[in-house]
Design a protein around this ligand. Structure first.
Ligand SMILES: C[S@@+](CC[C@H](N)C(=O)[O-])C[C@H]1O[C@@H](n2cnc3c(N)ncnc32)[C@H](O)[C@@H]1O
Length: 302
């Protein structure tokens, strides 16, 4: 399995880590191993997770790091199960989620994330239970409207879901091009002329198929249980809905810099990024995928 994915904001992350004290790092979104490789080469141990079967194959190349590298094919939201089932006693000094999908998955026609190729509807990039096919053919009008409004930020979501319900009375929605055909016939205004009209509907279905927001919230709710004092938590998001969840989670659990904990609070985050870090001009020119990446960092205190 070749790896074509380039890690984003790599330098910005590596520069923040003190490798003298970073013994164990959690990479919750291993992907093509770009971030993990760099962290391993600096001497830290890495526990890596990814649900994508091809990431598991790429991870075999890291076996040269011996006991310093462990990969589990798992959803990051199940971090508690991974820790308890594998009797992991050590806590993490650093954590990374580089959310969403990799370039490897974008190129994988069995995943079907790109609207450039006509392939069976899936969009499920990490083998969860629901596919885009199930959503578009089985969801009720209310469910579809909610997804298009909340995840696609499509203002005329109800018109689109009504159209889908009519369309599927006569024809199953089987492929990415069936979906695009439907979108173009729906006469729904998808907003900005700067992006392809299918971008937002595809985003909405992809977020739902992969339970992107639920997984992120669940992980953020659990992760504090597995961190050492001063552990750094890095989250790279690629759309505003994810970024909002990260920002709010850090804020709700924040402590004021250098102040003592408030009553009853035994842990908290020091927020290291008032505003998210974005890619440099150099990275943008090298890797266009980095243009929507936003990195937020917090330090865990207990
Ligand atoms: C942007 S890529 C990560 C790329 C990686 N940092 C690198 O530089 O090679 C995101 C990866 O996270 C995985 N992923 C997304 N959501 C996940 C989840 N809930 N649990 C586990 N893996 C997930 C995807 O399968 C994908 O491989």
């Amino acid at each position: 399995m070749s790896n074509i994915h380039q890690p984003v904001l790599l330098k910005e992350i590596i520069d923040k880590i003190d490798f003298n004290v970073c013994n164990l790092f959690l990479d919750g979104t291993y992907g093509g191993g770009g971030h993990t490789n760099e962290i391993l080469s600096k001497g830290s141990s890495v526990l890596a997770l990814d649900n994508y079967k091809k990431s598991e194959i790429i991870a075999l190349s890291n076996q040269k790091f011996g006991g310093k590298f462990h990969f589990f094919r798992s959803n990051f939201k199940d971090i508690d199960k991974i820790i308890s089932e594998n009797k992991i006693k050590k806590k993490f000094d650093g954590v990374l989620l580089d959310l969403g999908f990799s370039s490897n998955q974008l190129e994988d026609d069995t995943v079907g994330l790109s609207f450039k190729n006509d392939v069976p509807l899936n969009m499920n990039y990490a083998d969860y239970e629901i596919s885009a096919y199930d959503i578009l053919n089985d969801y009720t009008e209310e469910q579809l409207t909610k997804i298009f409004r909340e995840y696609g930020e499509i203002s005329n979501a109800k018109k689109l879901s009504n159209f889908i319900l009519d369309y599927r009375k006569n024809k199953e929605i089987k492929s990415t091009f069936d979906f695009i055909d439907l979108l173009s016939k729906s006469r729904v205004n998808f907003g900005s002329s700067k992006i392809n009209f299918a971008t937002k509907p595809f985003q909405a279905i992809r977020i739902e198929a992969n339970k992107e927001l639920e997984n992120l919230s669940e992980f953020l709710f659990k992760i504090n249980n597995y961190l050492n004092n001063n552990a750094l938590i890095f989250i790279i998001s690629f759309h505003s809905l994810e970024d909002r969840i990260v920002k709010n989670s850090f804020k709700i659990n924040s402590i004021k810099k250098d102040s003592s904990f408030q009553d009853g609070q035994s842990w908290g985050y020091e927020i290291l990024t008032k505003r998210p870090i974005t890619a440099s001009k150099e990275e943008l020119s090298r890797n266009p995928r980095s243009r929507s990446a936003k990195l937020r960092i917090a330090k865990y205190k207990c």
